[in-house]
Design a protein around this ligand. Structure first.
Ligand SMILES: [Zn+2]
Length: 75
């Protein structure tokens, strides 16, 4: 995987995704991603993006002020 910004090699890792929806904040931990070794850009694969969207949709329905979800535990 190469960085889309600078073209340097991006390495597999884990990150924390934070989505601020105004009324609520959704934090998803342990999200698999690629991290650029040069500019620290985070790249998600298509599968991860889709799953993240689902997790966020589910979290929205809970209407909690802050939701902290572990990506690896989310259904
Ligand atoms: Zn980069």
């Amino acid at each position: 995987m190469k960085c889309q910004i600078c073209g340097a090699a991006a390495e597999k890792g884990l990150t924390t995704s934070v989505t601020d929806l105004g009324k609520c904040l959704i934090i998803v931990r342990n999200v698999p991603c690629y991290k650029c070794s040069e500019c620290s850009e985070i790249i998600y694969t298509g599968d991860v993006v889709q799953r993240l969207e689902k997790i966020i949709e589910t979290a929205k329905k809970l209407m909690q002020e802050v939701s902290i979800i572990d990506y690896t535990q989310a259904a």
